[in-house]
Design a binder for this molecule. Structure first.
Ligand code: CMC
Length: 431
């Protein structure tokens, strides 16, 4: 919201510009530079968008210094403790906590959309069996626009709503199918009598040869992992979804773009990379060696699951995740898990190390999630697909918010060009 009483003065060369300032509900003020080029003939330069707000949003707020994450104003720790994933999805999508009747209706709408078009099975079969499930998900989610034509017109609010529900409902089915395909087991159809998390676990772990009962402890832990990853304001994958959608592309194509971005090890791929790192460390006596490597400027190695662009105190999701990891391992009777022991000792040693203290590097959400997922029986290759399932509601909520905004413009950053100035073409024989 613009605050006409506040302006920022920018002077360069012989020019002085008064730039309007915008005040958020909470958080730092924002200088509106949208007319800077028109009025001053200059751009701003901010690689990685470390100081740039790209949109106005009412969905999620993060205070990185305080370690605070709010969805529609509600703190993540309260939501993780008292709410559950589909209720949080409703909150993110529609702005308020649902009444009992609204929640029932929403859950029933999501549940009735969990099956995927039968012909999509053929699409899966085109992939190599050893494909990474994220590669399969990028392809299959993008292909949804070829199966659900009746929800690709983004100018129609009803179609946008149907696309949102379809994406939320079908993503666990697609992720579970990607998993089943890579391990050579038959696909399991979704079951409407199960809740969202239990249904996902069943689709991943049941086989037609025997009955499968979902363990409520695992189902609760799964639901919590979904909840903790549901949204995280303008992170890389969400910004990718927004940028892709700003051209008017259909929602399935845009979410596929988000999945592709999430896959990277600096983002959602960190949970897989973190568990693989903990396994590689193997025992607590090797921790100093890996900490030394992480601090060595000549070694590209980083402690995976450590550090965050926004959190510079602690990641509130990591706190809940750590507690959840303890609970799950305890309840499953997994004692003395070597990976967990390495994780706990690594956290302790890194947090006491001046390098990590100085650079404000703390364990992030991905540090503990892998340990829980491994205890549940997931291979590391499924960690990032599970993140993608969880984050779908965040991507969809941000996409819906953006498309409904009358001020929507195609995203088109500028650049600081450092290549050649204009020069004449040289014929090949003269080069
Ligand atoms: N291990 C060792 N040093 C690190 C680490 C790390 N994990 N993270 C940052 N640093 C150092 C980095 O070398 C740099 O040092 P210097 O100032 O001397 O050059 C300084 O800390 C600042 O790092 P940066 O890369 O400029 O910070 P960023 O905000 O661009 O990056 C990050 C944030 C999350 C990409 C980075 O911390 C990282 O690569 N962490 C490991 C991957 C990871 O766990 N990612 C998951 C993020 S949370 C879930 C999600 O969002 O998907």
């Amino acid at each position: 919201m613009a605050d006409s009483t506040k302006t920022a003065t920018l002077s360069f060369g012989d020019k002085t510009l008064e730039l309007p300032m915008l005040s958020p509900t909470v958080g730092p003020d924002v200088i509106d530079i949208s007319k800077l080029y028109a009025k001053g003939g200059v751009f701003t330069h901010d690689p990685g968008f470390t100081s740039t707000s790209s949109c106005e949003s009412t969905i999620t707020f993060i205070d990185g210094d305080k370690g605070e994450l709010l969805h529609r104003g509600y703190p993540i720790d309260q939501l993780a403790e008292k709410s559950h994933y589909l209720e949080v999805c409703y909150l993110l999508l529609y702005g308020e906590l649902p009444t009992a009747a609204q929640l029932e209706d929403f859950e029933s709408r999501v549940t009735r959309h969990t099956m995927v078009h039968e012909q999509m099975m053929n699409f899966f079969r085109g992939f190599r069996r050893d494909a990474h499930p994220m590669a399969v998900m990028v392809g299959v989610v993008g292909a949804m626009s070829a199966f659900y034509h009746d929800s690709t017109d983004i100018t129609d609010p009803w179609q946008r709503e149907v696309a949102s529900i379809r994406l939320l409902a079908k993503m666990p089915t697609i992720a579970a199918m990607a998993y089943k395909y890579t391990i050579g087991q038959p696909f399991e159809y979704p079951r409407n009598d199960l809740d969202y998390a239990s249904n996902f676990l069943r689709m991943c772990f049941a086989v037609p040869a025997e009955d499968y009962e979902v363990d409520p402890i695992l189902s609760r832990a799964m639901d919590r992992i979904f909840t903790l990853h549901a949204d995280h304001e303008q992170n890389a994958s969400t910004s990718t979804v927004r940028l892709a959608s700003s051209s008017g592309a259909n929602p399935f194509a845009c979410i596929a773009a988000g999945i592709a971005c999430l896959w990277g090890p600096a983002h959602g791929g960190a949970n897989q990379a973190c568990l693989e790192m903990l396994r590689e460390i193997g025992s607590v006596d090797r921790i100093p060696e890996f900490i030394a490597r992480a601090k060595d400027k000549n070694d590209p190695f980083r402690l995976m699951g450590f550090g965050h662009r926004v959190y510079k105190n602690f990641d509130p999701r990591a706190k809940v995740m750590k507690q959840s990891a303890d609970e799950v391992l305890d309840l499953l009777g997994i004692e003395n898990n070597p990976t967990l022991q390495v994780a706990k000792e690594l956290e302790k040693q890194a947090l006491e190390d001046p390098y990590f203290i100085e650079k404000k590097l703390f364990p992030n959400v991905d540090f503990y999630s892998g340990i829980i997922l491994e205890a549940m029986g997931f291979p590391t290759s499924m960690f990032t697909p599970i993140f993608a399932v969880s984050r779908t509601v965040g991507w969809v909520s941000q996409w819906k918010e953006m498309i409904a905004d009358p001020a929507l413009k195609i995203g088109r950053p500028r650049q600081l060009y450092t290549g050649h100035a204009k020069r004449d073409y040289v014929d090949v024989e003269n080069r």
